[in-house]
Write a protein that binds this ligand. Structure first.
Ligand code: NAD
Ligand code: IPM
Ligand code: MN
Length: 355
């Protein structure tokens, strides 16, 4: 079985880390006969600035109809203040393919990566299910009397029964499949009494279908605190789009920083998935060979599980852990290597394990 993989390098450090992730994909494909057919796409800020193209409909449709996965680097470039290309490409996939489950593992791979005094590798291991197609990201709203003292700016928070139910169910299904015993749902139903009352009600309803799993409701402000204060008590968190964005950056910090956090956007049951590191294009780091490529490798790991090769995700994690422990890593995680050298060290380890 072969798989076509669309590769979009994105902007800034996205380009540098996706280049290395592509080397990993090629190696895995060759050594494990995965039949991966990588399709490099010229999309991102450079292309937009060159000819105004963001995401052509025909390309979107070809990706939708022929690919098993999209590997994508961060988009965002100071030369495009409107962020139009990023919105068209990133939300084009998340919304256009209805990839409603943004799955972001928070796993600290080595004790010395933990910023917490009392917690490390054995304590920080959970997964955040972020709703990925609704909420404040739908961008329903508008501006009135723009630029005047009376201006009004509105973004509506869109929460549908269907959307809330499917992400909460996905989180419980994931917990059930992995033999986990607890799911947290983080909302702000004490203040957002329409939208998040729906979240709380649906959470309680779905929880009844999973009696073996403890369903814990937390207000998102307290959830942010528990993540830092008591990470070992967390197994799965499900939350809305915006809160998920924020909590997953806190999660990244627990793993050693944004250079260590990968993500998958899926529609359970659908073939295609979108795979991106959690981090952005980090303009101040771009072109300096300092970006940590490990988040993009962890992202490839998530893709491998999606394609049915969970053992390769574990292998990738093992090799990253070994690199970090040996100091074969970039500055952000305590090493002295550049992007290319850290990647080389990792690829050498993984090549040995795949031999
Ligand atoms: P950022 O993730 O680019 O950077 C935040 C901090 O983390 C910076 O200090 C940066 O140096 C550090 N960092 C991030 N990735 C790193 C890596 N791989 N190695 C080492 N250090 C790393 O977030 P930001 O500065 O808020 O955003 C910059 C741009 O990226 C913006 O245009 C934003 O919209 C965009 N962005 C895009 C995505 C995406 O496309 N998936 C995600 C987040 C941000
Ligand atoms: C992320 C990013 C995006 C988001 C931005 C770039 C729109 O922060 O993937 O976490 O908020 O979803
Ligand atoms: Mn984010």
């Amino acid at each position: 079985m072969s798989h076509r993989i669309a590769v979009i390098p994105g902007d800034g450090i996205g380009v540098e880390v996706i280049r290395e992730a592509t080397r990993l994909l090629t190696m895995l494909s060759e050594r494990r006969s995965l039949g991966l057919d990588l399709w490099q796409l010229d999309l991102g800020a450079e292309r937009f600035l060159r000819d105004g193209t963001t995401m052509p409909q025909a390309v979107f449709e070809e990706i939708r109809d022929t690919c098993s996965a999209i590997l994508m680097g961060a988009v965002g470039d100071p030369r495009v203040p409107s962020n139009q290309h990023a919105i068209d490409i990133l939300f084009g996939f998340r919304f256009g393919l209805e990839l409603y489950a943004n799955i972001r593992p928070v796993r600290c791979l080595a004790d010395r990566l933990s910023p917490l005094k009392h917690f490390g590798e054995k304590d920080v291991d959970f997964v955040i299910f972020r709703e990925n197609t609704e909420g404040l990201y739908v961008n329903v709203g508008g501006q009135v009397r723009r630029g005047t003292p009376d201006e009004i700016a509105i973004n509506e928070d869109i929460n549908t029964r269907k959307g809330v139910e499917r992400i909460i169910r996905a989180a419980f299904e994931f917990a059930a499949e992995r033999g986990l015993t607890r799911v947290h749902m983080a909302d702000k139903s004490n203040a957002m009494r329409h939208a998040h009352e729906l979240w709380l009600r649906v959470f309680r309803e779905i929880a009844k279908e999973y009696p073996a799993i403890q369903a814990v409701h937390a207000y998102v402000d307290a959830m942010a605190m528990y993540m830092v204060q008591d990470p070992a008590s967390i197994q799965v968190i499900v939350t809305c789009n915006l809160f998920g964005d924020i909590l997953t950056d806190i999660g990244a910090a627990l793993q050693g920083g944004l250079g260590m956090a990968g993500s998958a956007s899926l529609h359970p049951g659908k073939r295609i998935g979108l795979f991106e590191p959690v981090h952005g294009s980090a303009p101040p780091l771009a072109g300096k060979d300092v970006a940590n490529p490990f988040a993009s490798f962890l992202t490839v790991g998530l893709m491998m599980s999606h394609l049915g090769h969970r053992e390769l995700e574990t292998l990738i994690e093992d090799c990253i852990r070994a690199c970090v422990q040996a100091g074969e890593c970039t500055h952000d995680v305590g090493g002295a290597l550049g992007t290319r050298a850290a990647s080389e060290a990792f690829l050498t380890r993984i090549a040995a394990r795949l031999a």
